[in-house]
Design a protein around this ligand. Structure first.
Ligand code: BGC
Length: 423
């Protein structure tokens, strides 16, 4: 069904050259990359890591409005984070009678943090702490600092919470949390999370009643290393196919960030700019093929932030059967574009870390399904997750491409890319 693979790059590029003459006002002006459009004027889509200050979270407006065809595509981090927190809280309430494994009246959880400078990760840490009541205020927002080890409940970046369930009062405690960064610098690192759960359980395993993770990659690593055998519910984020399947085996739940909508939007905003049509085409307004998303159900758009945000959905034992294939294109936007109106174009796209579970097992396969539907010939560049230069080194000839889709290593580093395009 969804097995269409990208075809030879050269053949498609040649085809693009012979298909000059697209809609008016498009930034590419028709033809292919050799059309003479300056690299700085070509469509640019940031995705997954929103250009922003990694300490304050403030958006990098220069990068987000680099040219008139620049957008960011991600998902609503706060809405998703609230859902994740609520999902964990609902589970604890519904299973109060059995959840406190050692019967000490303390429901203890551990938390795997992805990247302390990534706004999605910060939002998820805050979402869980707010819902469970373990968050403390830091400058007007919930503190997202890792607690380290907090078995005695004395950490200052979190607090113990009280929860009344069925007439009994429990203490909820964040027993431990840390950023899962490996020695080479890669964040959201699943192997590091697998090691951390080993260290934690060796010293206070019987106190851990719930495992929470900022994503499924790390969550599944902890589940497989310990939680599954010990029947401890584990909650992640991303709805990767392996995590959804694990719900049948005791994984507590996950959040779908609607990667099927995001991957579509990433390539669709580029397609629209190249065709010189309104950016809403095939998004909030049906295109000729009938592709259309539902605004405020599937996504929301902020003009001021130049950002499209997919909306999240909780995936639990109640509905996981609907989410078993995370790489399936979204029905509403699954129709092939007419290549006489949307001719083949060449796109440079990077995945900041080729071994990131979510990006490699969910997002990229989705992009590869949509690039065919949208007649885009995409070169996928896989980074090492550690340095921007590992990726930018492979953007040696931007003139070869019609558009760019960029996933940065660090959200502060947009200029590492735009400086190449501005040359
Ligand atoms: C995903 C993580 C992923 C990260 C990479 C997040 O949105 O949920 O799984 O590791 O993006 O930037």
């Amino acid at each position: 069904m969804r097995k269409k693979r990208i075809l030879a790059v050269v053949a498609a590029a040649t085809l693009a050259l012979s298909m000059v003459g697209c809609g008016s006002g498009g930034s590419s002006g028709g033809g292919s990359s050799s059309s003479g459009v300056a690299n700085k004027d070509k469509p640019l889509c940031w995705f997954n890591r929103q250009p922003s200050n990694s300490s304050t979270g403030e958006l990098d407006k220069d990068a987000l409005s680099y040219n008139k065809d620049t957008y960011y595509v991600g998902f609503d981090a706060n809405q998703g984070a609230e859902l994740q927190g609520q999902m964990v809280l609902d589970y604890i309430k519904a299973n109060a009678a059995t959840i406190d494994r050692n019967g000490d009246g303390v429901i203890g959880y551990v938390l795997a943090i992805g990247d302390i400078g990534h706004n999605d990760s910060i939002a998820r840490t805050r979402g869980v702490r707010s819902a469970l009541g373990t968050g403390v205020d830091a400058n007007g927002a919930v503190d997202s600092t890792p607690a380290g080890t907090n078995v005695d409940g004395k950490a200052t970046v979190v607090q113990d919470a009280k929860l009344d369930i069925d007439g009994k009062t429990y203490t909820i405690r964040e027993l431990a949390s840390q950023e899962m960064k490996n020695s080479a610098g890669a964040t959201w690192d699943a192997a590091t999370a697998g090691n951390a759960i080993g260290t934690w359980t060796a010293s206070f395993g019987d106190q851990i009643d719930v495992v929470v993770s900022n994503n499924d990659g790390m969550g599944m690593s902890m589940f497989n290393a310990w939680a599954k055998d010990n029947k401890v519910p584990t909650f992640g984020y991303d709805a990767n196919s392996d995590a959804v399947a694990a719900i049948a085996e005791g994984y507590g739940g996950t959040i779908s960030q609607h990667a099927d909508v995001q991957a579509y939007l990433t390539l669709r905003v580029i397609r629209n700019a190249l065709d010189g049509v309104d950016v809403d085409t095939g998004i909030g307004t049906a295109d000729e093929a009938g592709n259309k998303l539902e605004k405020d159900v599937d996504y929301r758009y902020s003009e001021e932030e130049r950002s499209y945000y997919a909306l999240n959905v909780a995936v639990t034992a109640d509905n996981y059967q609907d989410f078993t294939d995370s790489t399936k294109v979204y029905d509403k936007v699954s129709k092939q574009l007419d290549s006489s109106k949307s001719p083949s174009k060449k796109v440079w796209l990077d995945i900041y870390n080729a071994s990131d579970n979510f990006l490699s097992s969910t997002y990229q396969p989705l992009l590869q399904n949509y690039d065919d539907l949208l007649n885009l010939n995409v070169d996928y560049i896989g980074g090492d997750g550690q340095t921007e230069s590992n990726i930018t080194n492979r953007l040696g000839n931007p003139g070869e491409y019609d558009a760019f889709a960029i996933n940065m290593v660090k959200t502060d580093n947009a200029a590492s890319y735009t400086s190449i395009l501005s040359k």
